[in-house]
Design a protein around this ligand. Structure first.
Ligand SMILES: Nc1ncnc2c1ncn2[C@@H]1O[C@H](COP(=O)(O)OP(=O)(O)OP(=O)(O)O)[C@@H](O)[C@H]1O
Ligand SMILES: O=P(O)(O)OC[C@H]1O[C@H](OP(=O)(O)OP(=O)(O)O)[C@H](O)[C@@H]1O
Length: 215
């Protein structure tokens, strides 16, 4: 049975393609794709499509894609109607709470405002701390928001820490680690179990190989 896989385009694309290639998939067309968004596998009965991270979940939840490859950040913020099957251990970064060094945010009395691209993640973090905060949704350049006085702190992704440093912000707390996950449509897991499990196991082998290489 034919399988469809939704891949997150952008930052994660190159690493995901490299991982699939190492796992034995015929994905070379994706490396020289121009503006095309759908690709057949050259070795197996699989087609790939490139989508924005939030849409990856949508395609999998609706069964248009049997599998999806997407960051844990997007999964934590978005839907829940899929099986999360595998951590590819790539695209590694983390959610952090950060602010200007002069703001003692976690001990601040009174109204606290938090800027973030990830309101659900931020709300869950502060709920678990028992803190009532106002969440302000921002779509990008989140580090600007405390500098301009829009909010007291941010919940955002940190990878190298360069963006925080160059904008004079400091990390107050780690919220949680992030990496790329493989998700599977629930019906596909039943109806196409053998095909789905073959792909998961092929990828899992490479994840293990990389982990052993890093020891
Ligand atoms: N430094 C980083 N900043 C943001 N995301 C990162 C970083 N490193 C890895 N990631 C992962 O890459 C995924 C895709 O990020 P990317 O910036 O390509 O798309 P996006 O978040 O949809 O933003 P945009 O709207 O700019 O396309 C994120 O969901 C996250 O899992
Ligand atoms: O720790 P670093 O390595 O500096 O990476 C972290 C930065 O990268 C992401 O922004 P992105 O580049 O996606 O831009 P945008 O969200 O502001 O559009 C994230 O929101 C941080 O701003």
């Amino acid at each position: 049975m034919s399988i469809s896989i939704a891949l997150t385009k952008g930052r994660l694309e190159k690493q995901t393609v490299a991982m699939l290639e190492e796992s034995g998939y015929g994905i070379e067309k994706l490396k020289d794709k121009g503006r095309a968004l759908v690709f057949p596998d050259t070795k197996k009965d699989i087609r790939y499509f490139l989508v924005k991270s939030n849409d990856c979940i949508t395609y999998v939840e609706h069964g248009v894609a049997d599998l999806g490859v997407v960051g844990k950040d997007t999964l934590l913020e978005g839907g829940k109607d899929y099986y999360e099957m595998l951590d590819l251990n790539i695209g590694k970064c983390k959610f952090i709470l950060a602010s200007l060094p002069e703001i003692d945010l976690l001990n601040k009395v009174g109204h606290i405002k938090i800027g973030t691209k990830y309101p659900n993640v931020a709300r869950a973090y502060f709920n678990q701390k028992g803190m009532d905060v106002e969440i302000i949704k921002i779509d990008g350049s989140v580090e600007l928001s405390p500098i301009l006085g829009l909010c007291d702190g941010i919940v955002d992704i940190m990878e190298t820490g360069t963006t925080l440093k160059e904008n004079g912000l400091v990390v107050l707390d780690d919220v949680c680690p992030i990496s790329v996950r493989v998700i599977v449509n629930k019906a596909s897991f039943k109806m196409k179990r053998d095909e789905v499990m073959t792909i998961i196991e092929d990828l899992e082998r490479i994840v293990k190989k990389h982990a052993e290489g890093n020891q």
